[in-house]
Design a protein around this ligand. Structure first.
Ligand code: AVJ
Ligand code: FE
Length: 459
């Protein structure tokens, strides 16, 4: 194939993915009633209106260098909407709705940025040898813009999840999935080697924190076959898990106490029946689960979604631990002979599709942990991709030979602080492109809003 033809294919594919990502973010904002844009459903994050401007400010700030001389229509907005927030150790934002520009003005900015970028960048990949000032091919930047937007489509879903139901336009519910009774047991993973990280190559996109590829020896361990369910988590609560200091790290206990947390964020007490109950006395019938558009009786077979602090306390109570990132990687992608495969399921090479797991926007909410029997690893560990991220005990940090992306130095490095932990897998709202084995997600240990659960290990 001639270079120009190949370039054209790449452009088409990228253009298509970029428009698809825009459609997804637009559709998400379209779920909202207008006055909800100035709400702040998660106290640690910006008001929703910020994200309307952020997606385009990010694209602009990242991509404008591909056409030196392009003029910004609104330098002030390019800065105002440049970065989100993730305060560590208190210090919540205190801005008021009136501190933000009107939705109309922000939407004008969005349309303007899209028009300018589309008019000026469409042909860039066709230009032979075009590269950024740091020597990256332009498609690395396009991929970063697309994945950044898709990541926000997911984190915005967490945010919209916390809004009152009447702030959102209800979407049709997907069919509930039921599996046979769940058989929870542990699977033995023999000692062996696993590859973490992505080999540097211009062909495949990965974020800076995915480099470089390296192998890790993992001693033998056992891991839960399924994610921990709401049913199992109730036992921990009934055993006084939230009241037992010894199960919690000191920091986590103080956080939990200061915020009066005694159940997962997604659980709501059912009105009358819960009156007079204390947290330790609980049964499946007294709880509701807040779905994206509804409240349903607690689905006992769904994965429990909790912060890493709560997951660690549960593991401690069960006499187990959270897996390290390397253990999770070996359980998911490792094989007896030491090879590391691209996906957990089948022979490891089939691309993600709707039969294999609860991901890529097919549903809004979880399904039972055994609903996708075809999603099991070479070792027989189930449900590893989709249906909720999984917390690990590994603090988010650099792999050997890490180098921050020069065009976005803080993307990962700003979070190498020991307070953020690696999550692996994916949720119902994770785009298929981020289900690659080397993708690493991270949040603070005390962040309860993410679609994340866990499974435990024994060593
Ligand atoms: C990788 C999902 C943790 O949302 O904080 C978006 C992604 N970084 N904008 C986040 C991100 C900057 C990031 N996570
Ligand atoms: Fe962002």
């Amino acid at each position: 194939m001639r270079v120009a033809e190949k370039g054209l294919l790449v452009t088409d594919e990228l253009t298509e993915r970029a428009s698809d990502a825009r459609r997804r973010s637009d559709a998400l904002f379209n779920l909202l009633r207008e006055d909800a844009f100035y709400d702040r459903p998660i106290p640690e994050r910006h008001r929703i209106v910020f994200y309307v401007g952020h997606l385009e400010a990010f694209d602009w700030n990242l991509l404008k260098e591909l056409r030196p001389g392009l003029k910004s229509a609104h330098p002030e907005f390019d800065r105002l909407f440049a970065f989100g927030i993730d305060p560590v150790g208190g210090g919540l934002p205190t801005d008021l709705p009136s501190d933000w520009p009107s939705l109309e003005i922000v939407r004008d900015y969005v349309n303007h940025v899209r028009g300018t970028l589309d008019r000026n960048l469409a042909s860039i990949i066709l230009e032979p040898n075009s590269q950024t000032r740091d020597g990256f091919p332009p498609r690395t930047l396009f991929n970063a813009a697309i994945e950044h937007r898709l990541m926000h489509v997911e984190t915005l879903a967490y945010m919209l999840h916390q809004l009152p139901l009447d702030a959102k336009v209800r979407q049709p519910n997907s069919l509930p999935l039921a599996g046979p009774p769940i058989v929870q047991r542990m699977v033995s993973i023999p000692a062996g080697v696993v590859t973490l990280g992505l080999a540097r190559s211009p062909e495949r996109f990965g974020w800076d924190n995915e480099y470089a590829a390296h192998t890790v020896d993992v001693p033998a361990f056992e891991i839960d076959r399924h994610k921990v369910t709401n049913r199992q988590y109730i036992e921990f609560m009934a055993a006084g898990g939230y009241e037992t200091h010894a199960l919690w790290e000191e920091d986590d206990w103080n956080w939990k106490t200061a915020h009066g947390i005694f159940h997962p964020l997604f659980w709501k007490r059912e009105g009358n029946r819960s009156s007079g109950q204390t947290s330790g006395q609980t049964s499946g019938h007294t709880w509701l689960w807040q779905t994206m558009f509804d409240e349903v009786p607690l689905p006992l077979d769904w994965p429990v979604y909790v912060s890493q602090a709560e997951a660690a306390a549960y593991a401690h109570w069960a006499g187990k631990s959270l897996p390290t990132e390397a253990e999770w990687q070996r359980a998911a992608y490792g094989t007896i002979d030491g090879a590391t495969r691209p996906y957990p399921w089948g022979n490891g090479d089939e691309a993600p599709n709707a039969q294999l797991g609860n991901f890529d926007f097919h549903r809004w909410d979880p399904v039972p942990v055994n609903a996708f029997p075809d999603c099991q690893s070479a070792f027989g560990v189930h449900d590893l991709l989709g249906n909720g991220w999984e917390w690990t005990s590994t603090a988010f940090g650099p792999f050997p030979d890490f180098e921050p992306f020069p065009f976005y130095r803080g993307y990962s490095a700003d979070f190498f602080d020991g307070k953020h932990f690696v999550m692996k897998g994916g949720s119902a709202r994770t785009a298929a492109c981020m289900l690659r084995s080397t993708f690493r997600n991270w949040f603070q240990a005390h962040y309860q809003y993410v679609y994340a659960g866990f499974r435990c290990v024994n060593r």
